[in-house]
Write a protein that binds this ligand. Structure first.
Ligand code: PGA
Length: 261
């Protein structure tokens, strides 16, 4: 049976790919995905800020575009920041908020992410809030507590009317990047269930609609066993998606499984 919601598959390009490289990647990906329908899948790509103006001109079909970060302020004395008003000038759908590297390399707090989520939603973007426990949280047995705090603080004050524009990416910090170890499908599924429960608690009247994506060392080898898990509504992929053929291969593997779910 076809699930009511569309599948979400995305990639954050981090600080990789120049404008030219991003355009080559997006053009290839667009060609490879022309047969797919927007009703079934959204393939969202989140490149560098410098690539956004050019990328926004060629997006279409199943491809959607996002920004990797955003200030919560609209303007002001904030050197180096990019405001929601500025991003609005581009044809952007999504703003990624609180990626592990923003939290752990640049010191962003749950309170910061909360202000960004509110600003993104108020400006009409889809807010993609990233959460995840560290290796030390897992060792201490406080992973679920950590995720609950990230959700409860990060989503504080979000109006229930706007939650159709909210996506969550669950990415255990120890699973991300070159030294990452992917979460087992069982572990990821268990955490997605806890995230779902917490979202029901935060938004009691709109409990089932917020998509929860899994990220952290997703590959062509493990994507199938992840996507079939209950409460995994999509995949948020780094390294394994930075070549258009590889991203396309993952899409072709998981879409039929999703449709059968
Ligand atoms: P990875 O990155 O797939 O390369 O582990 C995931 C991410 O940082 O979102």
């Amino acid at each position: 049976m076809k699930p009511a919601r569309k599948l979400l598959i995305g990639s954050n390009l981090k600080m990789y790919k120049t404008i030219v490289e991003t355009m080559v990647y997006l053009t290839q990906l667009q060609k490879l995905t022309t047969d797919l329908s927007r009703d079934d899948i959204s393939v969202f790509i989140i490149p560098s800020y410098t690539s956004l103006p050019a990328a926004s001109k060629i997006m279409g079909g199943v491809l959607q575009l996002g920004a990797q970060n955003m200030s919560w302020e609209e303007s002001g004395q904030f050197t180096g920041e990019i405001s929601p008003v500025m991003l609005k000038e581009l044809n952007l759908d999504i703003v990624e908020i609180g990626h592990s590297e923003r939290r752990h390399v640049f010191g962003e707090t749950d309170q910061d992410e909360n202000k960004k989520v509110l600003a993104a939603l108020n400006h009409g973007f889809t807010a993609l809030l990233c959460i995840g426990e560290t290796a030390s949280d897992t060792e201490l047995g406080i992973s679920v507590e950590k995720l609950r705090i990230q959700l409860k603080v990060g989503l504080r004050g979000v109006h229930a009317d706007l939650i159709d524009h909210l996506w969550i990416a669950y990415e255990p910090v120890w699973a991300i990047g070159v030294n990452g170890v992917p979460a087992s499908p069982e572990y990821a599924s268990n955490m997605h269930a806890k995230i779902h429960e917490t979202l029901v608690e935060i938004f009691p009247e709109h409990n089932n609609n917020i998509p929860i994506l899994y990220g952290g060392s997703v590959t062509q080898q493990n994507c199938n066993e992840l996507i079939v898990q209950p409460f995994i509504d999509g995949l948020f992929i780094g390294r394994a998606a930075w070549n258009a053929d590889d991203m396309n291969a993952i899409i072709r593997k998981v879409l039929p499984l999703w449709q059968k779910k």
